[in-house]
Ligand binder design. Structure first.
Ligand code: SF4
Ligand code: SF4
Length: 94
């Protein structure tokens, strides 16, 4: 399996976000029933690897058609703002 890249994340308040790009090495999506970014975190400094583009390390949304064995097998994903954090915009219920 390959880990998909995060093409874009609009949640600039997240500590892993610089310039609408995620720099966490591997994020987790879920728990159900919400496809939120569980790695979303706000603190006073930026984290992650500035030279790396974030990838999806694990996903608990078993009802998404891109999910296989609790891993995301989409070509890539996008993340956007949610009411209290960030959501996977590529989530697609079967
Ligand atoms: S909200 Fe999630 S996808 Fe977006 S920058 Fe933060 S960790 Fe990355
Ligand atoms: S596209 Fe589906 S399987 Fe991939 S991270 Fe988003 S919710 Fe999980």
């Amino acid at each position: 399996m390959e880990m998909p890249f995060i093409n874009e994340c609009a949640v600039e308040s997240c500590s892993y976000n610089v310039g609408s790009a995620c720099h966490a090495l591997a994020i987790t999506i879920g728990d159900p029933p919400h496809a939120h970014c569980d790695t979303f975190f706000v603190t006073s400094f930026k984290g992650g690897d500035p030279a790396a583009t974030g990838q999806v390390g694990a996903c608990k949304m078993t009802d998404c058609r891109h999910n296989s064995r609790l891993e995301c097998q989409a070509g890539s994903i996008a993340v956007g703002r949610a009411r209290e954090g960030a959501d996977c915009l590529t989530y697609s219920p079967r």
